[in-house]
Design a protein around this ligand. Structure first.
Ligand SMILES: Cc1cc2nc3c(=O)[nH]c(=O)nc-3n(C[C@H](O)[C@H](O)[C@H](O)COP(=O)(O)OP(=O)(O)OC[C@H]3O[C@@H](n4cnc5c(N)ncnc54)[C@H](O)[C@@H]3O)c2cc1C
Length: 417
């Protein structure tokens, strides 16, 4: 079987690796000069296996007016005369029903645990250096009411195997002294000792290099697929900008945000919207001892702090309607102010700034499965805020579906419609 995979972000690269491991012939096509240079580049670095609840949840709705019209909020919405934006927003609101949230969370937990086990297996087989560490995660709350609510989620997730505990302020600071900087503002936290971190770009390039050394694989960089060519119910080729046709038995679209445009060439409308976020990478040498060693999420501000090798990676914000991954100076300045306010010893002046677009579906579930446009066209798209966390599981699930093998988890929640 020859499989052509379009896009070498963390999703396409993991998918290509899984096919190569399973003995398929693989062609991996990437538009940029290398792998993992788009959204997979400087994300939050969290392998957040137990924190997969979607952004769409009933608790978000009352916050929306405050977030949307307050320039200092973690979520910013720029309305557009764009029917796709409104359709996506409507679907997002519908996805906030609690029954849907429970189903999504349960499905995402199965995918994330499959991902964790797969990543560990791959690293045993083919070690890749990407600053991978199991350092645990603390979700820190400023509001006592949110700590109370978090207890319910912890109890629900325990039913799916999550090992978490709720800590009061003293217990939090004893575990992570850097949280002492929050003082009285800290109400408590949920602690998950098994959570991991790593550098998504390094893992992507490590896998990409392993694929390029594989005897049955070909990687192409600087090769932009401008359209898919369909004949009857099958895709017969991926056409590059140069006019070259790449043929294969199966085609997998894993092109992140650009998947929507590519799928339109075969009249498939993917419900993807770009949720822009920002990151700062601060050299740890500039803040010895001041930075948290455990990953910390400042819940109300939706800011994530993760020590990744030589840097403290800080990721935040959900901006809708910007249509690009350009850095907005006001938003990055706001992020720096909030970081300075929470952890004054972190030197934001020395930070490397970055922005990326999370390729998000309204429900928060990725689309992993057969496209409706052709019988040999497959999708691995829409991983939103969790692409690094669920990449390996998504790859394993898709490869099983394409190959007609037994699936390791229920694939139905991730089907394209
Ligand atoms: C601020 C921020 C923080 C985040 N933090 C986390 C985190 O802590 N943990 C986590 O799990 N996830 C996190 N994410 C989400 C994660 O980064 C994404 O879900 C993931 O990177 C998406 O990967 P992808 O491979 O689908 O897309 P991308 O990484 O964007 O890759 C798509 C690739 O396809 C290529 N491509 C596009 N079109 C074509 C074409 N026509 N032909 C050929 N190639 C093409 C692109 O050049 C690109 O390389 C974060 C995201 C952001 C923005």
């Amino acid at each position: 079987m020859h499989v052509c995979i379009i896009g070498a972000g963390i999703i396409g690269t993991s998918t290509a690796w899984q096919f190569a491991r399973q003995g398929a012939r693989v062609t991996l096509i990437e538009a940029s000069s290398g792998a993992g240079l788009a959204t997979s580049y400087a994300n939050g670095g969290q392998l957040s296996y137990s924190y997969v609840a979607p952004l769409a949840e009933p608790g978000v709705l009352p916050y929306l007016p405050k977030w949307l019209f307050n320039g200092e909020s973690p979520l910013r919405f720029r309305p557009r005369l764009d029917p796709h934006q409104w359709r996506w927003c409507l679907a997002f609101m519908l996805a906030c029903r609690s029954s849907q949230v429970k189903d999504t969370t349960a499905a995402m937990l199965t995918l994330s645990y499959l991902s964790r086990d797969t990543l560990h297996q791959w690293m045993n087989e083919t070690p890749i250096s990407f600053h991978h560490k199991t350092n645990g995660k603390l979700i820190a709350y400023r509001s006592p009411a949110l700590v109370k609510k978090a207890r319910k989620l912890v109890a629900y997730q325990a039913g799916y195997g999550a090992q978490q505990s709720v800590l009061n302020r003293q217990e939090c600071i004893a575990l992570e002294p850097a949280l002492g900087e929050l003082g009285e503002a800290l109400a408590g936290a949920v602690y998950t000792p098994g959570e991991e971190v790593g550098d998504c770009h390094l893992l992507t390039t490590g896998l990409f290099n392993a694929i390029s050394r594989h005897s049955a694989a070909v990687v192409r960089t600087g090769a932009h697929v401008r359209k898919l060519i369909r004949s009857g119910n099958r895709i017969v080729a991926a056409e590059l900008d140069s006019g070259e046709h790449i043929t294969a038995d199966h085609f997998v679209v894993a092109a992140g945000m650009a998947s929507r445009r590519l799928l339109q060439t075969v009249n498939e409308e993917a419900m993807l919207y770009g949720l822009k976020g920002y990151s700062l990478s601060i050299p740890m040498s500039d803040a010895p001892g001041a930075a948290p060693a455990i990953s910390v999420t400042d819940y109300e501000r939706r800011i994530v702090y993760a020590p990744i090798g030589p840097v403290m990676r800080i990721a935040a914000m959900v901006d809708m309607g910007d249509r690009s991954a350009d850095i907005n100076p006001q938003r990055i300045a706001l992020l720096k102010r909030q970081v300075n306010n929470t952890f004054p010893s972190l030197d934001t002046a020395s930070a490397t700034e970055w922005a990326g677009e999370r390729p998000a579906t309204p429900t928060g579930k990725p689309i992993i499965g057969r496209s409706h446009a052709a019988e040999n066209l497959w999708l691995n798209i829409g991983h939103g805020a969790l692409g690094f966390t669920v990449a390996c599981g998504s790859a394993v699930l898709l490869q099983a579906l394409v190959s007609g093998q037994p699936v390791p988890i229920n694939a139905r929640p991730f089907a394209s419609r």
